[in-house]
Ligand binder design. Sequence first.
Ligand SMILES: C[S@@+](CC[C@H](N)C(=O)[O-])C[C@H]1O[C@@H](n2cnc3c(N)ncnc32)[C@H](O)[C@@H]1O
Length: 166
Amino acid sequence: MDVVPEAIDWARQQAREQGIEAHFTVGNVVTLSAYADGFFDFVFDADCLFMIIGKDRKTCVENVFRVLKPGGIFYAKAHLVNEKIKIRTRLGGKNYFDPKGQYSTVEGLPMYYFSREQEFKDLIEGAGFKILHYRTNPKPAARARVSFYAADMWIEAFRPIPRNRF
Ligand SMILES: C[S@@+](CC[C@H](N)C(=O)[O-])C[C@H]1O[C@@H](n2cnc3c(N)ncnc32)[C@H](O)[C@@H]1O
């Protein structure tokens, strides 16, 4: 899923060229409004949640919980913030990193969110998920000079099965 139709056109083209059978859809991951409760077995965050900022992050993860079947898996990724950066950092043009809001901007607009480790775990657990595994990975070498971006973090979590189902 992507909110930008051109991104979905590109994904469809890639899948066709690689002979992969897949369904792609234009939509908003915050609401996931096209999907009924318990629709999916597995939700994979392909670098999308870090573009969701503010209260929408909680709404998004709650809706991922909603659309997963009990026992379903959510694989979520965060870009971790370098908490040592305390002052607003200019990035060129109108762009900056805001350490209070924990986001960087594109064309002066908040665009990418950088989470703290515990904050990310709390976000996932706060929606009702149980965390199975988590790990931090070094950030990509191409981002070595991005001072406010510390590392990546992956969480594998599941939607618990209510006890009264057995
Ligand atoms: C870093 S790109 C990743 C693109 C692709 N998923 C991949 O793995 O290559 C982040 C994508 O998230 C999309 N996006 C941002 N906010 C979104 C939202 N609320 N709903 C759906 N897609 C969103 C953007 O349009 C952008 O294509």
